[in-house]
Ligand binder design. Sequence first.
Ligand code: PLP
Length: 419
Amino acid sequence: MPYSIFGNKFTRHSGITELMDDLNQGVQGGDDLLMLGGGNPATIPEIEITIQGLLQKLLDQGKLLKTLANYDGPQGKNSFIDALVELFNELYDWGLTADNIMLTNGSQSAFFYLFNLLAGDFKAGKKRKILFPLAPEYIGYADACVSEDVFVAVKPKISELENRHFKYHVDFDALKIDDDIAAICVSRPTNPTGNVLTDDEIEKLDKLAHENNIPLIIDNAYGVPFPNMIFADVTPFWNENTIICLSLSKFGLPGARCGIVIANPKIVKAMSNLSGIMALSPGSIGPEIALPLVKSRDILKLSDQVIKPFYQNKSQRAIQLLQDKIKSPNFRIHEAEGALFLWLWFKDLPISSDSLYKILKKKGVIVVSGHYFFPGLSQQWPHTNECIRLNYAQSETVLVRAIDIIADTINALYETGSV
Ligand code: PLP
């Protein structure tokens, strides 16, 4: 049966689908698969107990059934939006009202709405695009637009640091913004690299966005104030020209599919209208579970005192294991400033990162090949085939076994050219 242009585009192989398939296998695969792919958050006992307690209370009070039995409006659950407005104003004095926030079924849906709202095909054959000022960027953006060829990415500057570390920076000299650019988009902290754009970089991007009359989208899935998987000391940023996307997923509720968008009322209204058509209304379970946490501010306490140290310790442990076991001076790790990933760079590796992914998968270790994370980068750059992403949110046993296999493979490849 022939599919439409939309059908063909959205049924073909995509990195994000491969990733979610691997993730599903990994989640179901028990001890046989060492799952360092995907973006699943860790199982943190304190968070699980808290969520279980909240669910039980909702059930006992009859609120769970009431929530399941009713639709919310297309903007999302009002009580949750009101509580978020109060939280953000108290923390950052942003002067938000309920017209500044809307909810989506996960922030992935928010990006789909945003990219298709702002970019793609316009009247008179014009096309407008989303600019990623710093590649590599999140794999999930790659196919999230109905029109083809909608993303433009810019190669970063790289600073080499001590102890086989490195960090990407926005190359402002290479950033060209003309009327074809519809919005600038960054994840902060960045998936896949754990990079956190500095305050200076964000201020410069904001200035460019203002000058060109386009919004700056900041994907805050791992940022402040929740889940606060951010280890660098940076300032939260928002103004009427900024669109911030948050999520309850990395706090520990990926199955609840709750994304949060903070933007000016025009964007929020447009997104809510889109949401009405695409989904009727966003799911209400996530907001209902998280509402007491936001009202009591426990969401901040848990993020600061449980989630952040959990991931920071795990990332340091994983870095230590990798540094100890991988011998080559050509091996580099991106500065781990946030999120739940390590980004490894194997300079001049004799095989591509995709071949490395396949070898590791055969050995029972799932990682993600770095080449997926350069949506919109048109120029050839060997670096795109030299990196892999690891999710380190695993148990100590899984981490040690997986890193042993990765290190043995890499050491053999560097020493003999084969495994
Ligand atoms: N943005 C980034 C940077 C992510 O890593 C993810 C998920 O891994 C998302 C957005 C989407 O998250 P969700 O749809 O679960 O809110």
